[in-house]
Design a protein. Structure first.
Length: 235
């Protein structure tokens, strides 16, 4: 499968090389006889057909089966399809209308666009095929690799858990060393007046507002306290 990709990309040479030969010869004003030109252009034509159709099929297959870059491969496949359709459609239109290709591509801009597409399409396909070949060559992770990865993850998780546990015990120690206003769990909340115990601080303060023993104690201590203090306690 990987070789198919490289082969198709290599076939792009067969497309471009003959055209380059003709172009360079024309630039040097060297005459090429009609038979040689026909041969070179035939090679280029067959090359284009092989690269475009084979490349499209290869890209579609790679986009569906490769381990990675599937989105990019799918996008490349769409591009190749579009380019292929753009190359072939004018020829079909010409045949249907009983005209030549150059008549269908009558407008200079249209002709220029078609020429650019014709010279780029196979290069685009070749690049896509190289990407596909690389993507297909990428091996899926072996069971041993996956097991190693899982062990590493387990070690990491264990380490994190131990660190969290250490931090938690440090925090607990800090919390215990703090002087606390509220009594520790288990220690009963007792009314300072009558000695009755309560489950919560709120319940005790509620009771102390009305506790006669507590009021008596407060009024006994009143001379020593600030004037506002008894009012705060709820009288
Ligand atoms: Zn009380």
């Amino acid at each position: 499968m990987k070789q198919t990709g490289y082969l198709l990309a290599g076939a792009a040479f067969a497309v471009q090389a003959p055209r380059l030969v003709l172009t360079v010869l024309a630039a040097d004003r060297l005459p090429v006889d009609a038979d040689t030109e026909r041969l070179l252009l035939t090679v280029a034509g067959i090359g284009t057909a092989v690269v475009m159709t084979g490349g499209g099929v290869f890209l579609a297959h790679a986009a569906l089966t490769a381990q990675r870059w599937r989105l990019a491969l799918g996008f490349a496949w769409l591009l190749v399809l579009t380019a292929s359709a753009g190359l072939v459609a004018p020829a079909i239109v010409a045949r249907l209308a009983g005209q030549d290709l150059h008549q269908v591509l009558g407008h200079p801009r249209l002709a220029k666009a078609w020429a650019i597409l014709a010279s780029l399409a196979h290069e685009l396909t070749a690049a896509g095929c190289m990407l596909g070949a690389a993507a297909v060559a990428a091996k899926p992770p072996s069971p041993e690799d996956e097991e190693l990865l899982l062990w590493n993850q387990l070690d990491g998780a264990r380490e994190r858990a131990e660190r969290a546990e250490r931090e938690l015990s440090e925090l607990r120690a800090q919390l215990l060393s703090l002087p606390s206003k509220t009594p520790a769990a288990g220690e009963p909340l007792v009314c300072a007046g009558c000695g009755r115990s309560f489950p919560t601080v709120q319940a005790r303060s509620g009771h102390q507002r009305t506790c006669p023993a507590r009021s008596a104690e407060l009024s006994k201590a009143e001379p020593e306290l600030e004037p506002a203090a008894p009012a705060q306690e709820g009288g």
